[in-house]
Ligand binder design. Structure first.
Ligand code: SOE
Length: 400
């Protein structure tokens, strides 16, 4: 960490180096650029350098996204003296190598979800994080949907016992960008880059949010997965995940799932149901979660992210029912620095909140949440889902 105070801020700088600059990189950049202007922070995040393989493209990204310098080799990025935190926004196949090297080089690490493409990689990352912790470096997994004020409020209400013993956790995460069979074969559709499809991309968020809100682990799962469109056009242009350009070179195989459905048992005995798909026509980014407990229920919908629905089952039946909590009060999580009540937030703010929590954890020397160990826990659930699906839905326990 830099030792001199940043001019004008009175706070020591915290240099950030980011690897990858596509959709997630842009979202993280927004978070790092904004966080110190909204929240009162103990350190001053500085966007030191961004890294990508194409020199011209990464320099353009640095200018566009606000990074002071550009690198074309991630090893050079993590070797920089002005980089204290390495923020990994690349496809999953490079997470483990970069994260372990950065931790061993003495940096803090923020890594996008899913933590890795396999349980073995995630285990190596969690072990590296454990070793680094002893030296004072911290590692965090980027599950940004914990940082919606309404989901953070839901967690608080569950922890306060407002729902009592949980019976059901119901999650669906629905998108529709693969409905068109001619959507091109981008990296997100190839196992060697993405690890899995809707399962790792969307299911990972669903699993993390469910375990976070419930405050407990998933013990076992029964699953079905499907790849509806098995071949897609291969394009000559760069493969950018949610889009690709260029002329067609014919069709190539999709090697990941298009959809994953599973039921789950939580450690307390609560039952979960999960659906992750990129084939829900009309649903753009619909992450919905509902928890039912013996004293009440909570429901959240990412497409209405400033709201939380709450039903208090201890109220008299004649007047009880779901009511909408508008989560925009200054006392609601994360809202002390933002706009007056009723002036809502959006998707991008979750990345600002993620940066805020990481900066506070680093300044205090405390483990940021979710840790790599929690990222590994999610990875184990994803692996159990794949195993169960391969065995025609046989109930598969998730190792602790
Ligand atoms: C694409 O499907 C995607 O961008 C995910 O990769 C993100 O994690 C999710 O937040 C939105 O959808």
């Amino acid at each position: 960490m830099g030792t001199t105070q940043e001019p004008g801020t009175g706070r020591r700088p915290l240099g950030v180096g980011m690897v990858g600059y596509a959709f997630m990189g842009a979202a993280h950049s927004q978070g790092w650029r904004t966080v110190g202007r909204v929240f009162d922070l103990p350190l001053n995040p500085v966007l030191a350098a961004v890294c990508g393989r194409d020199g011209q493209a990464v320099r353009a990204a640095a200018d566009r996204l606000g990074w002071a310098a550009a690198e074309t080799d991630w090893r050079a990025l993590i070797a920089r003296d002005d980089v204290d935190v390495v923020d990994i926004c690349t496809p999953g196949d490079s997470h483990a190598e970069i994260a372990v090297a950065a931790l061993e080089a003495g940096k803090h690490v923020l890594c996008e979800k899913p933590l890795a493409n396999t349980v073995d990689e995630a285990e190596a990352m969690a072990e590296a994080a454990e070793r680094a912790r002893a030296r004072g470096q911290l590692a965090m997994t980027g599950f940004n949907y914990r940082r919606v004020p309404a989901t953070a409020l839901a967690r608080r209400m569950v922890a306060e016992g407002r729902l009592g013993a949980l019976r059901h956790v119901r999650v669906s995460y629905l998108q529709d960008w693969l409905v068109d069979p001619d959507f091109p074969l981008t990296w997100r559709l190839k196992k060697e880059y993405a690890g899995s499809g809707a399962l790792g991309d969307l299911g990972a968020h669903a699993v993390d949010l469910a375990q976070y809100l419930a405050g407990e682990r998933i013990a076992g799962v029964s699953a079905l997965t499907e790849t509806f469109v098995r071949e897609r056009p291969v394009l000559t242009g760069a493969s950018a995940g949610l889009a690709a350009g260029g002329s067609s070179l014919g069709r190539g195989p999709v090697t990941v799932d298009d959809a994953a459905l599973f039921t789950a048992r939580f450690t307390s005995g609560a039952l979960g149901s999960f659906e992750a798909t990129r084939f829900a026509a009309g649903r753009k980014n619909a992450l919905r979660i509902e928890l039912n407990g013996e004293k009440g229920s909570l429901a959240f919908d990412l497409e209405r992210l400033n709201e939380l629905s709450f039903h208090d089952h201890t109220e008299p039946g004649v007047s009880a029912g779901f009511r909408r909590i508008l989560v925009t009060e200054p006392d609601h999580p994360y809202l002390e620095g933002w706009w007056p009540p009723g002036h809502g937030l959006g998707y991008e703010h979750t990345f600002v909140h993620q940066a805020r929590d990481l900066v506070h954890a680093i300044a205090a020397g405390e483990q940021p949440q979710p840790s790599f160990a929690e990222g590994l826990r999610v990875q184990r659930v994803l692996a159990a889902v794949e195993e169960s699906a391969l065995k025609n839905s046989v109930y598969t326990t998730v190792p602790v």
